[in-house]
Design a protein around this ligand. Structure first.
Ligand SMILES: Nc1ncnc2c1ncn2[C@@H]1O[C@H](COP(=O)(O)OP(=O)(O)OP(=O)(O)O)[C@@H](O)[C@H]1O
Ligand SMILES: [Mg+2]
Length: 247
């Protein structure tokens, strides 16, 4: 569904991603690991088409279509949705209005907000004054409303308390397996996702198919995500780089 081939990306005159290959098959969930500053968020922002992320070479294909010439909203219309690591505050726009717009009127904001305990937030400006955990839930609510076919989730569990992680994890699992149920609508089963995690906590809730390790803008290796996580925990990212250099 998503195929990235030999992608090199530059931001502010600096190469952040180099010769990167990555693939997510339809219905699969892949995990992206990597140390701080490795380029993980930059990759997601490039896939989404945010400005400033300049593709120097290589290409990104979504359902066989090259994304290069498409704007952010065209990519969203193709079915890509993003949960950002640090989304902006949007003063003057109430969460309720955003939910109505992104769901194209097919979702009742109250009902959806109830699942994430966000009802009291519907009439507040998006993310303004929200706590870290509330922002994550608000992001997820917006994604649930958009109901994309492909999810880019940038550290969905970071800054979230232990109880809310369960709530968020279960909702992500539900969204990936069948979408949010809406009266009179049928959902295509098995959405796809690329999820960034440092702790791997999301893996307690979501069955992941493949993991990738990104260091210094390059993919070091890929494989079983739980095994990769164990390796990272026991040997660290330095060992990934050493191992790659040896090969
Ligand atoms: N617009 C920008 N201008 C200049 N440098 C940038 C820009 N965007 C990203 N960078 C730099 O690129 C590097 C990779 O950033 P990125 O946000 O992708 O890291 P990350 O892997 O997501 O790290 P973390 O785990 O801390 O979130 C960082 O050194 C960052 O400062
Ligand atoms: Mg990041």
């Amino acid at each position: 569904m998503l195929k990235i081939e030999k992608l090199t990306v530059e931001v502010a005159g600096k190469v952040l991603l180099r010769d990167l290959d990555l693939e997510v098959k339809k219905g699969h969930t892949n995990i992206l690991f990597g140390p701080n500053g490795a380029g993980k968020s930059a990759l997601m922002r490039t896939i989404m088409g945010f400005s400033g992320y300049k593709v120097i070479s290589g290409r990104i294909l979504f359902n066989g279509e090259e994304l290069a010439e498409l704007s952010v909203d065209e990519r969203a219309k193709r079915g890509i949705g993003i949960m950002m690591q640090r989304p902006p505050d949007i003063s003057g726009v109430r969460l309720r209005e955003l939910i109505k717009a992104t769901s194209r009127g097919r979702i009742e904001p109250e009902a959806l907000a109830k699942t994430l305990d966000l009802k009291p937030f519907l009439d507040r400006d998006v993310n303004v004054g929200f706590s870290g955990g509330e922002i994550k839930r608000s992001e997820l609510l917006q994604l649930a409303a958009q109901d994309p076919a492909f999810f880019l989730l940038d550290e969905p569990e970071s800054g979230v308390d232990l109880v809310s992680i369960g709530q968020i994890g279960k909702l992500i699992r539900k969204m990936l397996s069948a979408g949010i149920k809406c009266p009179g609508e049928r959902y295509e089963k098995g959405k796809s996702a690329l999820i960034i995690t440092h702790t791997g906590q999301i893996l307690d809730y979501v069955r992941a198919d493949r993991g990738y390790i990104l260091c210094e803008g390059r993919i070091m290796c890929s494989g079983n995500p739980l095994e990769l996580l164990d390796e990272i925990k026991s040997r660290g990212y330095e060992e990934c780089i050493r191992c790659k250099l040896k090969s």
